[in-house]
Write a protein that binds this ligand. Structure first.
Ligand code: FEO
Ligand code: CA
Ligand code: CA
Ligand code: CA
Length: 600
C-alpha cells in the first residue's frame, strides 16, 4: 500500500456484484453513458434510425450491428480520437420483425451486408459531463461493409487459391466478414480479425475433390445452404459456383483511419484462420511482432515477426513504411510443454504438486516470404491453409484462443482461452498442464514470457494466471491470490491493459448464469490474481472491445437481449432505449464521477 488505502496498482473501486440486470452497472462513484448505438448516424446524410423502416442505403451510413472490437486512434488534438468499431455479425431475427428464415428478401440481405464491417467515428470528450460524444465528421468518418474494396497484400497476394471469376488477379476483394477483435498498431492503424467467415459460404458439402474438401472441412465448411442465404443474391457466397471466394476471407485486415481515402488491406503473411484479432508490440530491436489466436476448440496461437524495423514518428514516409511491416516476415505457431508430470492432470483442474500450471514452449516457424518450413506445403499453402500446416507442425491444441495481447509494461503476452467444453470428450484430447480441465466451461488466462523478454525469441516460459469460474470451487485458480477476495469470472474473451500494466478482461458467455462484464486484475506484486469486476452489461449481451484510458473506459455491448426465445417480435432486453424498444448493440463509456483517474 502507498498509504491511505491507496494501492500501487490503482484499482481502488469496489467490485460490482454479479447480477442479471438489463442495464450497465458500474462501481459506486462511477457513471456510464452510451457513445453510439446501432443505427446512429456515422456519415453525413444518414437518416434517423427507424427500426420498422430500415433500408440498405440508411444502414450504409449508420453505425453497424453487433460492435465487437473498439479502438481509439488519437487525433492531433488533446480530447479527440477516431474510434473504430468492428461489426461482427447480424442475427436477422433481431433486425427484422416477422423474419422468414426460409425466404429472406434482397433488401433484408443488403441491409445485413451494410450492417457488417467497420465504422470509423470521430469522438470528442466532453470534460464537463464526462461523456464521449460522436461527431458526424465529413473528413474522417467512414463505413466499411461487405461491398467495400480491399487489397490483398503479402506473400500470398495473387495466389492461385485467391483468384475468382470476378478477380483473376487474386488481389482485390470486396468486403470483410465477421470482424471480431483487433488491435491499434503503434503506427496508428487498426488490425481486425475475420473470424467465423465459414458461416457465410454455402454448398461446400457438394465439393468432391478430396484435397479441396479436406481444406474446406478443416475450416468448418461442409454444409449446404447457409442460415442467411446470401448465396441467393450473390453467387460468390456459393462455393459450388465460386470455389475460391471463401479463401479471400479469414485474414487480418488493416485499415488506416487517419487516411480516409486509403484502401484497407488483407495481410496474407499473418496466415488464414478464424482470426480473433491481432496485437502488435515493437521488439527491442525495432522489429514488430503480432500475436494472434485462432478461436476454435483445439486450435492454435500464432505470432508473426517482421523482417523490417519500425520507423518512429508520424511522417507520411514513416507511416507508409510501417504499414508494410506486416507484409514481410516469419509466421510461427506455438507449442507448449508443462513442467509437471503428465499423470498429475486428471482433468479436474486441481493444482499440480509444484503449485503452478507452468512450463516452457517454442515458436515453430511455418513460413517466411516464399519459403515454407512445413513438409508437404508450399509457402502459399501455409498462408492460405494455415490450420493444416500448423496441424502438420505439431502445434499445441488450445481451449479456444481469443485475444492474445502483449502487455506494453512487462512485454509478457496474455491470452484469453475462453472455454472448451469438448476437452476430454470421446476422441478428443484430454487435460494437459496448459489446458488442465476437461469440459472446460469457464476458460483460463495464460501468461507467456518470451526468452529474455525479447518478443522475437523462439522460446518462452508460461504460467496460467487464472483458471476461471466460481472462486469457491476447487477447480479455479486466481494467480495464487486469496480466493475469498476475488470476483467470480467466466469465459474471458478480450483483454486490455491500463497504464499501470494491470490486465483488464471482458467476458462472453458467463457460464455462472449472471451477466457478462469487465474485470481488472493486477499481474505484478502482492495483488497479482485479485480479480475485481468493474462493470456488467445488460442481459444477453457480451462485453467486448475494452479500451482503458486513464480517465475513462470504453466497452462494446454486443448482442444485448440475445436470449433463448427472444426476437424482434419478442424482445427480452430493452437496452439502451428503454420502454418497449428493441435492444441495440452500442459502445459505452464509463468514468469516475469526480472526473478522477480510473486507476488512481
Ligand atoms: Fe468473435 Fe472469438 O469471438
Ligand atoms: Ca507445474
Ligand atoms: Ca471474441
Ligand atoms: Ca467469444
Amino acid at each position: 500500500d502507498l498509504g491511505g488505502g491507496r494501492r500501487r496498482d490503482g484499482l481502488n473501486f469496489k467490485p460490482v456484484a454479479p447480477n442479471t440486470e438489463d442495464r450497465i452497472v458500474t462501481p459506486e462513484g462511477y457513471e456510464s453513458a452510451v457513445v453510439i448505438r446501432w443505427g446512429d448516424p456515422v456519415l453525413p446524410g444518414a437518416p434517423k434510425f427507424d427500426f420498422d423502416r430500415q433500408t440498405p442505403a440508411a444502414q450504409a451510413k449508420q453505425f453497424g450491428y453487433n460492435n465487437d472490437f473498439c479502438g481509439l486512434v488519437p487525433l492531433n488534438h488533446w480530447n479527440r480520437w477516431l474510434m473504430v468499431s468492428n461489426h461482427e455479425y447480424t442475427t436477422e431475427e433481431f433486425l427484422f420483425k416477422n423474419w422468414d428464415a426460409a425466404n429472406p428478401t434482397r433488401e433484408q440481405t443488403e441491409i445485413a451486408w451494410a450492417a457488417h464491417g467497420l465504422s470509423v467515428v470521430l469522438v470528442e470528450r466532453d470534460h464537463r459531463s464526462g461523456k464521449l460524444v460522436p461527431k458526424v465528421d465529413r473528413t474522417y468518418n467512414r463505413r466499411i461493409t461487405v461491398t467495400s474494396e480491399f487489397k490483398v497484400t503479402g506473400p500470398a497476394a495473387g495466389s492461385q487459391f485467391l483468384k475468382t471469376s470476378a478477380d483473376p488477379t487474386g488481389t482485390k476483394v470486396f468486403g470483410t466478414l465477421n470482424n471480431c477483435a483487433g488491435g491499434v498498431t503503434p503506427w496508428g492503424t487498426i488490425l481486425s480479425g475475420e473470424e467465423n467467415f465459414n458461416q457465410y459460404f454455402a454448398n461446400a458439402g457438394a465439393v468432391t475433390d478430396p484435397k479441396v474438401k479436406e481444406r474446406l472441412t478443416r475450416y468448418g465448411l461442409a454444409g449446404a445452404a447457409t442460415t442467411r442465404k446470401w448465396e441467393r443474391f450473390d453467387k460468390r457466397f456459393d462455393v459450388a459456383q465460386e470455389p475460391n471466394e471463401v479463401n479471400r476471407f479469414g485474414w487480418v485486415v488493416e485499415i488506416d483511419p487517419l487516411d480516409p481515402n486509403s484502401t484497407p488491406v488483407k495481410h496474407t503473411a499473418l496466415g488464414r484462420f478464424k482470426h480473433e484479432g491481432a496485437n502488435v508490440i515493437i521488439a527491442r530491436d525495432g522489429r514488430v511482432v503480432a500475436y494472434m489466436g485462432d478461436d476454435e476448440r483445439f486450435d492454435y496461437m500464432y505470432k508473426f515477426v517482421s523482417d523490417e524495423r519500425y520507423k518512429p514518428g508520424n511522417s507520411r514516409y514513416a507511416r507508409e513504411h510501417n504499414k508494410k511491416l506486416l507484409d514481410k516476415g516469419t509466421l510461427y505457431v506455438a507449442k507448449f510443454t508443462g513442467d509437471s508430470p503428465a499423470e498429475e492432470f486428471d482433468g479436474s483442474g486441481k493444482l499440480p504438486s509444484d503449485g503452478e500450471f507452468d512450463g516452457s514452449g517454442k515458436w515453430i516457424p511455418l513460413a517466411a516470404g516464399n519459403k515454407s518450413f512445413v513438409e508437404g506445403f508450399t509457402a502459399e499453402e501455409v498462408y492460405v491453409f494455415t490450420r493444416l500446416a500448423a496441424d502438420k507442425a505439431g502445434a499445441t491444441k488450445m481451449d479456444r484462443p481469443e485475444d492474445v495481447e502483449p502487455n506494453p509494461r512487462n512485454r509478457r503476452i496474455y491470452a484469453a482461452l475462453t472455454n472448451n467444453t469438448d476437452r476430454g470428450k470421446a476422441g478428443k484430447e484430454g487435460a494437459t498442464e496448459i489446458n488442465p480441465r476437461v469440459n472446460n466451461k469457464h476458460g483460463h488466462v495464460l501468461e507467456v514470457e518470451e526468452r529474455r523478454g525479447d518478443n522475437t525469441a523462439l522460446t518462452f516460459s508460461w504460467k496460467l494466471l487464472l483458471v476461471c469460474g466460481d472462486p469457491t470451487s476447487a477447480d479455479t485458480y486466481f494467480g495464487g491470490y486469496d480466493k475469498t477476495q476475488v470476483s467470480p469470472i467466466s469465459c474471458p474473451d478480450n483483454v486490455a491493459f491500463d497504464s499501470h500494466g494491470n490486465l483488464w478482461i471482458s467476458t462472453d458467455g458467463n457460464a455462472l448464469k449472471s451477466n457478462d462484464g469487465l474485470f481488472a486484475v493486477p499481474v505484478e506484486g502482492r495483488y497479482r490474481g485479485r480479480v475485481k469486476q468493474f462493470l456488467t452489461v445488460p442481459k444477453g449481451a457480451e462485453t467486448c472491445g475494452p479500451v482503458v484510458e486513464d480517465d475513462f473506459v470504453l466497452v462494446s455491448v454486443q448482442h444485448p437481449g440475445e436470449i433463448d426465445g427472444a426476437s424482434a417480435n419478442n424482445p427480452l432486453s430493452h437496452w439502451p432505449d428503454g420502454g418497449t424498444s428493441q435492444p441495440r448493440p452500442a459502445v459505452v463509456v464509463a468514468w469516475k464521477k469526480d472526473k478522477g483517474r480510473i486507476c488512481g
